[in-house]
Design a protein around this ligand. Structure first.
Ligand code: 13P
Length: 243
């Protein structure tokens, strides 16, 4: 059985105080949320500790936005898996397109990070997706297949979430059509040796389009950027109306 996983990726937004303010409004809105939905908030590192304390005993899980592959060492600016698990983090985004685009992340380092996360019992949320140029050149399938092949070497599919995030749809308001996202996600699933991996869609998900996205048979959830910053809007996304 595939799980439904709705995650907010706050990116470089929210101080500790702002994170707690978010929770005050957000948590009461989950009282009637369907049991089968897993809810994750991927906050900045500085807010993870305080969020974890305040989410203890709730259904919301905490995720980081990256994780390094070594346990310790001279890696200025990086964070080790045990530093995250110690404070209750259970998910880690790896290979987000912003990491790949602005910080030189490669498929090889994404793979190292995913494997190290799993070793520490953090579930990686692996992001894949094509750029506008690649889509226009008809390379969507090839690009994603290559990413999956390289990123998933030695990765345990039973402890993994994949997010399909077409780069051209991120932060642009230009959502990928739900049917097209469904098609690509079906293609991703056909590349995997297990059909149980939850595969999310990400890219300009908002309260106004979540119901249509989640009505697609292949889509198991969403990875939400901008719209996850607002507790009312993100609660509406988590409480999407199932058809
Ligand atoms: P937006 O929802 O802001 O388009 O961001 C998507 C994303 O990158 C989530 O990881």
């Amino acid at each position: 059985m595939r799980r439904i996983v709705i995650a907010g990726n706050w990116k470089m937004h929210k101080t500790q105080a702002e994170s707690l303010e978010f929770l005050q409004s957000f948590l009461p809105q989950l009282e009637n949320t369907a049991e089968d939905r897993e809810v994750i908030l991927c906050a900045p590192y500085t807010a993870l500790g305080v969020m974890s304390k305040n989410l203890h005993g709730t259904r919301v899980r905490i995720g980081s936005q990256n994780v390094h592959w070594e346990e310790s060492g001279a890696f200025t600016g990086e964070i080790a898996p045990s530093m995250l698990t110690e404070i209750g983090v259970t998910y880690a985004v790896v290979g987000h397109s912003e990491r790949r685009q602005y910080f030189g992340e490669t498929d090889e380092t994404v793979n190292f990070r995913a494997r190290a996360a799993q070793k520490a019992e953090l579930t990686p949320i692996l992001c894949v997706g094509e750029s506008k140029e690649q889509r226009d050149a008809g390379q969507t399938e090839t690009v994603i297949k290559e990413q999956l092949k390289a990123d998933l070497v030695g990765v345990d599919l039973s402890q993994l979430v994949i997010a399909y995030e077409p780069i051209w749809a991120i932060g642009t308001g230009d959502t990928c059509e739900a049917e097209e996202a469904n098609r690509v996600i079906g293609m991703i699933r056909s590349e995997l040796s297990s059909s149980d991996v939850p595969i999310q869609y990400g890219g300009s998900v908002k309260p106004a389009n979540i119901d249509e996205i989640m009505a697609q048979p292949e889509i198991d959830g969403a990875l939400v950027g901008g719209a996850s910053l607002d507790p009312v809007g993100f609660a509406r996304i988590v409480n999407y109306e199932a058809t």
